[in-house]
Each structure stands twice: as C-alpha cells, then as structure tokens.
Design a protein around this ligand. Sequence first.
Ligand SMILES: CSC[C@H]1O[C@H](OP(=O)(O)O)[C@H](O)[C@@H]1O
Ligand SMILES: Nc1ncnc2[nH]cnc12
Length: 299
Amino acid sequence: MSPENIEIGIIGGSGLYHLDNLTIERKVNPETPWGFPSDEIIIARASSGVKVAFLARHGKGHFLNPSEVPSKANIAALKFLGCKVILAFSAVGSLREEIAPTHFAIPNQIIDRTKGIRPSTYFESGLVAHTSFADPFDNNLIDLVYDLRNDFPNITFHKNKTLVCMEGPAFSTRAESNMYRSFGGDLINMSVVPEAKLAKEAEIAYCMVCMSTDYDAWRENSEGVNVEEVMKTMKTNSENARLLLATLIDKVHFSLNDKEGTVNLNSLVGSNRYSCVTDKSKRDPELVKKLDYILPGYF
Ligand SMILES: CSC[C@H]1O[C@H](OP(=O)(O)O)[C@H](O)[C@@H]1O
Ligand SMILES: Nc1ncnc2[nH]cnc12
C-alpha cells in the first residue's frame, strides 16, 4: 500500500466525471502491474476533511467504451492508494415500471451477460484462486447507503434489486430487454462486471449506486433508449449523486473508524487468504509479485 492511505474510493460513470462540491487536492496516476487506470485519480477532500480518491470510469471526456475500461488497473490503483471501500456510480436502464428515471437503486445481485472479452480476474496465468461471489456487493455498505434515504426526500431509493450487465456498447433489443425481465433482472448497465468481481478479489467493500436514466427497450409503446435520453436524465441524477456523496462519505468514514464497530465494512479483509488452489511449487513467482500490489504477503 502507498503512504496515501485514502480509505474511500469513488468511481463515477456516465455523466459523473467530477465532484464539484469536493476540494481537489491533487491528481495521481499510479502505474499498477496491470497498467494505468482509466484516467488520473483525483484526491479530494469533503467539507469535513475526509479524503477520497475519485476516478472517472470511462475517463474524463468519456473516451473508453464499457468493454475497454481497464478495470484491473482501476481497482488495483484504488486498493494501492488505501481504499477499503468503493462507492461506484452508474447510469442504468430500468427493467421495472416502479423504478422510474431519476430513481436511485442499490442492487444486491448481478446477472452477468458480458461476453468474456473483458479481463476479469487477477487470478490467472500462474496462480488460480476462487473468490466467493454469491453476494457480489457488500451488504452492510448497501444498508448504509439505503439508510440515508430519509435524509434525501427528493430522491426515491430502491434496494434488493438485480442488475444485469450486458456487453454493449449498443443497447439491448426489445427481445433481450424482455428476456432480462423474465430472468428476474430489475436494472441494466454495461459496467458492473468485472468491476465488482475485481473489488471482491482485492477484498474491497463495494456497492453500486444505480441511477435510473431510462426504461431500456421493453415497453411496447415507447421508443427504445438512446444516449440523448440517458444524458438528459443524468443532469438531475449527477446533481443528486453529489449531494448524496457529501453525506455518504462522512458516514462511511465514521463506520470505517468506529471503535464500536456498529457497521462492519471490513468483512472481506482476509477473505482471499486461503482462496488459492495452486500448489506453492506451481505458482508463477512473477504473478505472486504482481499480486503483492493488492494482497501483500498472501501468496
Ligand atoms: C451512456 S449510456 C450507456 C453507458 O452508461 C452506463 O455507464 P456507467 O455505468 O459508467 O454510468 C452503462 O454501463 C454504459 O456504459
Ligand atoms: N438501457 C440501458 N442499457 C444498458 N446500459 C445503460 N445505461 C443507461 N441506460 C442503459
């Protein structure tokens, strides 16, 4: 870990490329064993003084498509800076009438419909380890976000939702959109995989605040989604995200440092220590060295 020790990482998605209400301290661009992150990481302070590391998923100016996002470098860089928690934000389509555009949903499940073309694990080519992914998000972190709903009466919140992740970059056909609904999907984006998986492998508590922008393509008498519609709704959504974050950052900071341990955001720490199935003699020493960047001393 670097001497930075910044415990909270924020990943902003489409329409959330900066956080105006935080004070920017400086920018860093760490080269990880998996390359450089999407863009420079902004180290900023909330008004309470709590430091965060902010990263624009698609780069500032949105030049990376969802399949091109260097998620391994992104998560590794945040872990190296000291992040124990990542609050990820995403513009999503709604697959349910009751989740209207501008609503926020914090999903607890994922259906992975990406096509296997994204590098999605740190444990390959010389060291095999299997991380538990039954609960892809940190449930305590989900509750912590959801419990803020009374402080934000202008935002409608949902939880216990299933997020479908498609490859993109083209949006779904109507048939696909209906199929995802029949699978039990409630929300759809192109970003949560492999980000959530890699955060689990790196033992970082991760949750995604999904900001609904559209009804995708399943509604019979409505046009299918297009980018113009998404970005129009994201104007309101990103303002709400900034307001939410101003409170959320302090809550997360408190929980991470609360001696009473009322909300445990450290439950993943140590979870991968014994997840490696590769015999010590067969592990690639080069990869073991690389993995020290995110899980020092484990392998
Ligand atoms: C701009 S619409 C499609 C795009 O929006 C979402 O991005 P993000 O999750 O980074 O907010 C979705 O996943 C797609 O990448
Ligand atoms: N309908 C949709 N499908 C996939 N990703 C999205 N991001 C925002 N809306 C989306």
